[in-house]
Design a protein around this ligand. Structure first.
Ligand code: TEU
Length: 577
């Protein structure tokens, strides 16, 4: 007779022999290059002006040509789209204008057939207010779903919200339920009520959702605002702040580690999966505590201190100046802080950020492509999993909105409402800054060609494409010096030299205000990246040190003089020891 006893997650006792139960996770994400698709703006196959799943399928060969080996899809689930899909009404179905579940399965197959993997967006901090759970929860105090959400009595007989907390979209974090004296918590839009993770039934639902998609073939999850899921249970007023009042009550809450460990043990460890946490406003120490492998929580996170480098108090709308020197220091801190302990991601764009063209001291004019290549070399060859956001490989630029009427996003609409109400805020957030940093900058349709609707749709696009269509996919594929092919080279180089995956990060020329330079070192190889971020020509004697290194990649055809860097010149140099 065979006796099987489950001892814990790792071991099974079978006929008195202990065997290891966990499926081997291959840590494939350490060799991944991940392309983020924002489905609404990627490719429309049926002329309704919205991107869709069949549109994505039609562009998979383009992504294969680029060389990425994994795709992260921003949410495609059924949703009323108040926050473009980050408000989910049904986790197990697809937003109809995007396609069907059958289309989605076909897309997964087509992705896998091409040797690529796919990540879904797990939005588990909140649902949509259109979710059946929420509709039931607010319909009656006896609803079995009442405790799925965070519902509290207001102060002053219900006239005032339970606390003074504000959410991420610049409004009170509470919304009154009809004319009752109770309120529900929403850290984002009103249509995004927060789930109550204290309730074990909620955690079980989330685990079922993870299992549902993993069993369908997805390879992992990008976990939306995952460091907000545990809330302090005191629900007390906090000191008012312009940068989110009460945040210490919900960022890295008391049971966060416990919840993530539970998801890992019960579901994620059983698949060869990966998770990348969107851990907003986290410091290095917080990220370490979430990603050290022995803790079995998340595999990696996005490092916002590196991305929000031109923000103030982590708020990108607050006016602050970009300083290359400060960026160098912060990158060094994260690269060395995570080295040999956990794993990093490398990101310069996503659907919440303005485009990198014209940001981080790059040039939007004459040197647009050259400086975009310099930036690409700089971020891509650090240690970690690089992400490319759709259109980044084309040097898509910000559309330079002139009025908020050109935008669709709930976040910028709220900010404008606030700026109109409290005029003094304009000192901190001038209108120009708000439009320059708003999320729709990244959400204009992908430029497939230079036709009126950019080859994105045959109908009316939901958001106008950028007027500047010079750099588009068709042009990029025809030009061997395009940024597209530069990324293709970077991906190939990354696959070829182990030092890029394993090497230690050694900063170089730390005092220089215009050059971002570093080495990656193992006992067998050395890789040097030197990227200039100025129009000025620079003569640097210390470059001589690398004269006998092999030039792997550059944004100029040749080297004029080894110690001379032309505008935005960037070199990737290599030596076997
Ligand atoms: O973003 C989390 C988040 O904090 C953002 O709201 C960010 O602070 C803001 O955009 C900066 O301006 C995630 C998603 O990426 C975002 O698209 C969603 O709106 C949000 O969560 C809610 O799900």
């Amino acid at each position: 007779m065979t006796v099987i006893l489950f001892l814990d997650k790792h071991f099974i006792l079978k006929n008195n022999n202990v065997i290891i139960n966990t499926m081997k996770r291959t840590l494939w994400y350490k060799d991944a290059v991940i392309y983020q698709i924002y489905p609404r703006s990627f490719c429309d196959s049926n002329g309704d002006g919205l991107g869709d799943i069949n549109g994505i399928i039609s562009k998979l060969d383009y992504l294969k040509e680029l060389g990425v080996n994994c795709i992260w899809l921003s949410p495609i689930y059924d949703s009323p789209q108040e926050d473009n899909g980050y408000d989910i009404a049904n986790y197990k179905d697809i937003y109809k204008p995007f396609g069907t579940l059958e289309d989605t399965k076909r897309m997964f197959d087509e992705i896998h057939k091409r040797g690529m993997r796919v990540l879904m967006d797990l939005v588990a901090n909140h649902t949509s207010s259109e979710h059946e759970w929420f509709k039931s929860a607010i319909s009656s105090k006896d609803s079995p779903y009442r405790d799925y959400y965070i519902i509290k009595k207001g102060r002053k007989g219900g006239k005032k919200p339970p606390t003074n907390w504000t959410g991420f979209f610049s409004e009170s974090a509470w919304e009154r339920i009809g004319d009752t004296d109770e309120y529900y918590l929403h850290l984002f839009a009103k249509g995004q009520p927060d789930l109550n993770w204290e309730n074990p039934k909620v955690r079980q639902e989330i685990k079922n959702i993870l299992k549902y998609w993993l069993d369908m073939g997805v390879d992992g999850f990008r976990c939306d605002v995952i460091n907000l899921i545990s809330k302090r249970q005191e629900f007390k007023n906090a000191r008012p702040s312009l940068a989110i009042t009460g945040k210490h009550n919900f960022i890295n809450g008391p049971r966060l580690h416990e919840y993530l460990h539970e998801l890992y043990v019960d579901v994620l460890s059983k698949y060869d999966s990966m998770t990348v946490g969107e851990t907003v406003l986290d410091e290095l120490e917080d990220v370490l505590a979430l990603t050290i492998p022995e803790r079995e929580e998340l595999d990696t996170t996005f490092n916002f201190e590196c991305l929000d480098i031109d923000a103030l108090f982590g708020v990108k709308y607050f006016k602050n100046k970009f300083r290359l020197n400060r960026w160098k220091k912060v990158m060094y801190k994260w690269q060395s802080g995570l080295y040999n302990k956990s794993w990093s991601t490398l990101v310069i764009e996503n659907h919440d950020q303005r485009r990198s063209v014209g940001r981080f001291n790059t040039d939007e004019g004459e040197y647009r492509i050259v400086s975009a290549k310099s930036l690409a070399n700089m971020y891509f060859l650090m240690q970690g999993t690089p992400f490319i956001y759709q259109g980044q490989e084309l040097a898509m630029a910000n559309p330079h909105f002139e009025s908020v009427d050109e935008c669709e996003d709930v976040e910028i609409k709220n900010i404008y409402r606030l700026l109109n109400k409290y005029k003094f805020l304009k000192l901190l957030v001038p209108n120009k800054r708000a439009l320059e940093y708003c999320r729709d900058n990244a959400r204009t349709p992908m430029l497939w060609d230079d036709s009126e609707n950019a080859g994105f749709t045959t109908g009316t696009p939901w958001l106008a494409p950028n007027k500047d269509k010079r750099y588009n996919a068709k042009q990029a594929l025809e030009d061997k010096n395009s940024l597209f092919y530069h990324y293709q080279s970077l991906i190939k180089i990354k696959g070829r030299y182990p030092v890029i995956r394993d090497g230690e990060y050694v900063p170089l020329m730390m005092k220089n205000k215009n050059i971002f330079a570093y080495k990656r070192v193992t006992n067998k190889e050395e890789l040097v990246v030197i990227s200039s971020f100025t129009k000025k020509e620079l003569n640097r004697k210390e470059l001589k040190e690398f004269k006998d290194y092999q030039l792997l990649l550059s944004n100029y055809q040749d080297i004029k003089e080894f110690t001379l860097l032309r505008p935005y010149e960037s070199r990737v140099l290599y030596k076997k020891k």
